[in-house]
Each structure stands twice: as C-alpha cells, then as structure tokens.
Design a protein around this ligand. Structure first.
Ligand code: NAP
Length: 249
C-alpha cells in the first residue's frame, strides 16, 4: 500500500471550525497528518475536529484569535508541545466587512486588515521560527482572487488579500534556505458560510462570470493545500495558485 502524502506530519489550520478551513483540516487528516484546528470559538473547533476523525485523537480543536501575538505563539507552542514538531501551517482565518468606500468605516477597514494581514504575518513568523530549527516545513496562506482583481465593495478585503501575496513572497525569500516553503492560494467563489451571507442574486451573478460556470467547493481549495503541504511541491515556493474555475485567468 502506498504511504499517504502526509504520513507522520503535524499540521495547524487557523479558522478551521467551518468552511474552507475545516475542509483543509479534513484533507490534511485524510492524507495522514495529525491536525490542530484553531478558531476564535474553541468549542466549535473541537466539534469540527471530532467530526473529522471521529474522536480518534488525531485531530484536536483549540481557541485562537489570529490577531493576538500571544495566542498565535501559544497555538504553535501547543502544537509542538503535543506532537513534537510542526510541518504544515495554514493561515486560513478570515472575515469580510463589505461596504462601498462611502459607507466603510475605519473600524471595518482595520478589522479586515488586522485579521488577514496581521494574522497571517503572525502565523508565518511563529511557524517559521519552529520550522527554521527543524530545517523543514510548508506554510500555506489563503489569499483570494479578490486580491488579484479588486472587488467593488471590498477595498479592505482586496487590499488585505493582495497584501498576503506580498507577505508570502517576501517571507518565502527569507526562509527558503532553511528548507521552508511558503505559498499562497487564491480561491475564487467558494460555497461556504462566508459566501452564504451574499444575496442569491449577487451569488448567481458572480457564478455566471466563472468560466467553469459554477462555484467551487471547499474541498477543491483543500486539494491545492494538500499539494503545497506535501513533497509533491518540494521545489515550489513563493507561488500563488488560483483555485477559481478560470475566473480572472
Ligand atoms: P468562513 O466560513 O467565514 O470561515 C472562516 C473561519 O475563520 C470562521 O470559523 C471564523 O470564525 C474564523 N475566524 C474569523 N476571525 C478569526 C480570528 N481572528 N481568529 C481565528 N479565527 C477566525 O470563511 P471561508 O469562506 O471558509 O473562508 C476561509 C478563508 O478563505 C478566508 O481567509 C477567506 O477570506 C478565504 N476565501 C474565501 C472565499 C470564498 O468564496 N468563501 C474566496 C476566497 C478566499 P467566526 O465564524 O467565529 O468569525
């Protein structure tokens, strides 16, 4: 029997209680990794972990607000303390506060920038500090096609998601010689609780603009994460993979 792609690996996924993050955790687990699911709501993260592995103990759920330096540090220390090493870290947690420029407040702007940019930066910094000592690791940052194209009503989110690309490339260059790879994924329109908040008309309009004529599923983003997390992508760093059914190609 062939080995699963991530046998003996330890992974952390932020924002993993639902949506894309939970499917990423499931896909990593299905490839043999032990996975720590982190989310604002620790109970929800624990439920998601139990749902994935049926309570066998290969997945655990913890509370972590990615905007907090102390909590992200504790997340990484906790994973290493429990499992002995850290091989994969996925910065997935995210929020939207969509409004036109005329209506968007500084608080809306700051909230989105802080969760995505500071959160991803903290995750990259703390995870790479451990991986640098191990001389191995893969970090995957979830950006968005919104950061490539710019979406009206999302000046905060598009700026944050474009920023994640710059952060990914700069950090990838800093740590490549330690055998740490850092890549980003730009999903398009994916069916999750985040996009369920959109009006059905807007969702249908966006779906019609996708060349493949359908929204994506969280598992389709997770497949790209497994690729970047595993040795299949051993010579790929600083790259951005679009998972958008051809949108903005
Ligand atoms: P989602 O269903 O809203 O899930 C996001 C998760 O992140 C939620 O569990 C959320 O918790 C958590 N979270 C929010 N702020 C956090 C924080 N400060 N610390 C820790 N966890 C936090 O969203 P999704 O659609 O799965 O999106 C996942 C990622 O993909 C995000 O980065 C998003 O920007 C990106 N993305 C999504 C799409 C799409 O079409 N869905 C497209 C492109 C990119 P609460 O529910 O408690 O807030």
């Amino acid at each position: 029997m062939t080995q699963p792609l991530l046998a003996n690996k330890v992974a952390v996924v932020t924002g993993a209680a639902q949506g894309i993050g939970q499917e990423i955790a499931r896909a990593l687990h299905d490839q043999g990794a032990r996975v720590v699911l982190a989310d604002l709501d620790g109970d929800a993260a624990q439920r998601a972990a139990a749902e994935i592995d049926g309570g066998k103990g290969n997945c655990s759920g913890v509370a972590c607000d990615v905007t907090s330096e102390e909590q992200v540090r504790a997340l990484v220390e906790g994973a290493v303390g429990e499992h002995g090493h850290l091989d994969v870290f996925v910065n997935n947690a995210g929020i939207t506060r969509d409004k036109s420029l005329r209506k968007m407040s500084v608080a809306d702007f700051d909230a989105v920038i802080t969760v995505h940019l500071r959160g991803t930066w903290l995750g990259v910094r703390e995870a790479s500090a451990v991986m640098r000592e191990q001389k191995s690791g893969s970090i995957v940052n979830i950006s968005s096609l919104s950061g490539k194209s710019g979406n009206p009503g999302q000046t905060n989110y598009s700026a944050a998601k474009a920023g994640i690309v710059g952060l990914t490339k700069a950090a990838a260059k800093e740590v490549a010689h330690h055998n740490i790879r850092i890549n980003a994924i730009q999903p398009g329109l994916i069916r999750t609780p985040m996009t369920a908040a959109m009006s059905p008309e807007v969702f249908a309009e966006r779906e019609a603009a996708v060349p493949m004529k359908r929204a994506g599923e969280p598992a389709e983003v997770a497949g790209a994460v497994v690729f970047l997390a595993s040795e299949l992508s051993s010579y790929i760093t600083g790259s951005v993979i679009e998972v958008g059914g051809g949108r903005y190609m």
